[in-house]
Design a protein around this ligand. Structure first.
Ligand code: FEO
Ligand code: CA
Ligand code: CA
Length: 634
């Protein structure tokens, strides 16, 4: 029963846990592929790297302007550090908006640092480990929606000797710490605060009912004892990145949903389909199956098929039932970047965050019309998976019964990974957030890292050879790939791609792991994860990487947020997070004078007391950043 992951602290990654308990094959025929990294000189000479070739993305003269000329990044870079606080540039300040466990209603208790809450208090309070977020404004009211991706067992159950849930109420607390928190906020002179008891305040948890929409609604694989029609799923959890629709709804993306299931019957063998999604004998230490049998896969084998989707929530209608959007596919969803194509079709770009999984695109059948009822657009459409070729071109491979050999569209929406494998999509270095440039048809995706690149296949057995968009074996630093759809049309089959940045450490390495030309000792980082454009077209880059500040990561300090200029390639560090935290999630006030940023899992190895300091319990938090002169951020 015990495992590394079941220790008090979250000290191995979700992927590492899956690797440990469901090891991938060690060797395949691609092991002959280049194992050692290319030399930096060779890499820079190659045609794959941003800033070094004649390859120009669209009309931007990407390589012709010196990085330092006429910088749009008008702030003083923040040096790397290992402080247990948030550091922003001179002239900027930050305040806390809210923290894990803060009550949303005045009849709920304040956070109790001794018990760290109960099931009842957590249901009435902000969830844990805030991730993707969005701010909605209807002209009078600001409503904030934020994902609560998971909870750190060692912190949430720090009142237990085991650092794990021990009672039924502990499990209830864990389930309530997950999901989505929605609440009204209001600005005052220098801060944004939560409006307790607002009619918009709402908690969505692992027990909230969802309407199952789209092609898989009612499919046999979605039917359970509690829901024999396969139309109402209970709960959402491990909601990572987010999205928002043009009609003002919030999208929350179910990522590592598998880690909450376990198998009680030792004679039960999960199907290959369940294994592809990481279903294993043990869960990650949450113990949900102990109190809720639907998390025991041997008793309810279809329950895992009801999660792994994007969910849609109306932040201004707390009474509405949210829905699971099966049309957008089932995988470890990172975020959902929605854009209206020139012809009006809705396009959603999405990453599947696991080593060697794929980048996806959804194209709606219908077209968007402002003011009309557009809700069908996320029910009927076609999924595609991306193929990145080494000639810096790529194309979208439609996932249809014909192309995949699968029985129906519904099957493709449930077993989307298998569909993408069937068409030979390109295995990627853990696709995290996707972001679309606000001013032109250009799309960016953070590929955070992949120690298995060139070493092991993905969970479906697909080879992961070193390739153009994933150019380094055992990739420890990550990169950001970007592409321009042909003719500027997000529905086009083809695109041209290059790498905006190859993260690395030029102090420690002089080979490919030194990174691309726009990485210097002053801005180096590892593991790009959250990315988002502001309305001016600057790319904000957040990291969730190694913060040891040693060895390959020496000089990088804590996880951080940087800003990139897509036109020049310049990258500058804007913020450093506290210890043992990742920086994730962004939102802006409509006037762009406040930027909201998430600090997730501070102290997940026991080394932080952010934000309250001293001996206090570390708590994930949402911070509001503004300029001291009241100007626009960036
Ligand atoms: Fe929840 Fe892929 O990060
Ligand atoms: Ca992430
Ligand atoms: Ca993360």
């Amino acid at each position: 029963m015990s495992s590394v992951f079941r220790s008090a602290h979250h000290d191995i990654s979700f992927d590492d846990f899956d690797d440990l308990h469901a090891p991938r094959p060690e060797k395949t025929d691609f092991d002959t592929i280049v194992e050692g990294a290319l030399s930096r000189r060779d890499l820079l000479r190659s045609s794959l790297i941003f800033g070094t070739t004649a390859f120009l993305l669209g009309t931007s003269a990407l390589t012709s302007r010196p990085v330092r000329a006429a910088s749009r990044l008008r702030f003083e870079a923040v040096p790397a550090n290992t402080l247990d606080t948030v550091t922003v540039p001179p002239g900027y300040r930050w305040t806390i908006v809210t923290k894990w466990g803060d009550p949303l209603w005045s009849d709920a208790p304040e956070f109790d640092p001794v018990t760290r809450g109960t099931g009842a208090s957590q249901e009435r309070a902000v969830g844990d480990n805030n991730d993707g977020m969005a701010l909605f404004f209807n002209g009078t009211t600001y409503v904030f929606a934020v994902n609560n991706e998971y909870t750190n067992r060692g912190i949430a159950y720090g009142n237990r000797a085991s650092g794990l849930p021990e009672t039924a109420d502990d499990v209830a607390k864990g389930k309530a710490a997950h999901g989505i928190s929605i609440f009204e906020i209001k600005p005052d002179a220098h801060a944004w605060t939560v409006v307790k008891d607002s009619p918009f305040n709402r908690r969505i948890t692992a027990d909230t009912p969802f309407d199952i929409s789209g092609p898989a609604r009612g499919h046999d694989l979605l039917k359970t004892a509690a829901d024999p029609k396969g139309v109402i799923a209970r709960g959402t959890w491990n909601n990572c990145g987010n999205g928002r629709t043009p009609w003002g709804t919030y999208l929350a993306c179910e990522e590592n949903f598998n880690g909450y299931f376990s198998i009680g019957d030792e004679n039960y063998e999960p199907s290959a389909e369940l294994k592809r999604y990481g279903i294993q004998t043990e869960d990650w230490g949450y113990g949900w199956a102990r109190e809720d049998a639907r998390f025991d896969v041997s008793r309810h084998p279809n329950e895992p098929n009801r999660t792994g989707y994007v969910v849609e929530i109306d932040p201004f209608d707390p009474e509405s039932m949210s829905r699971k959007l099966t049309a957008l596919g089932r995988f470890k969803h990172e975020n959902a970047e929605v854009v209206v194509a020139a012809n009006g079709q809705l396009v959603v770009y999405m990453g599947d965050d696991e080593r060697g999984e794929f980048i996806y695109r959804y194209v709606s059948d219908g077209t968007y019309a402002e003011g009309a009822n557009n809700s069908e657009l996320l029910l009927n459409g076609t999924l595609y998976a991306a193929q990145f070729d080494d000639d810096m071109k790529g194309r979208w491979l439609a996932l249809t019964p014909e192309s995949t050999g699968m029985a129906s569209k519904a099957d493709i929406c449930i077993h989307t990974r298998q569909a993408a494998s069937a068409v030979g999509a390109t295995t990627m270095d853990r696709p995290e957030w996707v972001a679309v440039h606000p001013g032109k048809a250009e799309v960016y995706c953070a590929l955070t890292n992949n120690k298995n690149r060139g070493k092991k296949p993905n969970a479906g057995g697909d080879a992961t050879p070193v390739s153009g968009a994933n150019p380094r074996a055992a990739n420890r630093y990550g990169q950001i790939v970007r592409w321009q759809p042909d003719e500027g049309d997000h529905t086009a089959e083809g695109f041209a791609w290059n790498l905006f940045v190859l993260a690395g450490n030029p102090v420690v390495h002089d080979d490919a792991f030194a990174g691309s030309e726009n990485i210097t000792p002053d801005n180096m980082f590892n593991a790009p994860d959250g990315i988002a454009f502001d309305s001016s077209g600057l790319l904000w880059i957040q990291t969730d990487g190694k913060d040891t500040n040693k060895g390959h990561f020496a000089g990088m300090g804590n996880n951080q947020m940087l800003v990139g200029d897509p036109e020049t390639g310049e990258i500058k560090r804007f913020l450093v997070g506290p210890r043992e935290a990742e920086v994730t999630g962004t939102a802006w006030s409509p006037d762009r004078k406040t930027m909201f940023v998430g600090i997730q899992h501070p102290g997940d190895k026991g080394g932080s007391s952010f934000p309250d300091g001293g001996k206090s319990v570390p708590r994930s938090a949402i911070v509001a950043i503004s300029r001291e002169d009241g100007g626009v951020i960036g």
